[in-house]
Design a protein around this ligand. Structure first.
Ligand SMILES: [Zn+2]
Ligand SMILES: [Zn+2]
Length: 54
């Protein structure tokens, strides 16, 4: 049993975020990308900045 660092729920399995290193459950991130929801939104913001070339 593990505890999700985002929602504090006890779940069967947690995943390690490769960006911030926290353990998150499948509801708090994307296991396939190994990113928590916080780092997901952070990445999206970065992409928005890169598009600003006008
Ligand atoms: Zn969670
Ligand atoms: Zn993260």
């Amino acid at each position: 049993m593990s505890v999700c660092a985002r929602c504090k729920k006890v779940v069967d399995k947690v995943y390690r975020c490769t960006n911030c290193g926290i353990d998150f459950c499948k509801d708090c991130g994307v296991p396939r990308n190994s990113l928590c929801t916080f780092c997901m939104s952070y990445k999206v913001e970065e992409e928005t900045w890169e598009e600003e070339e006008w």
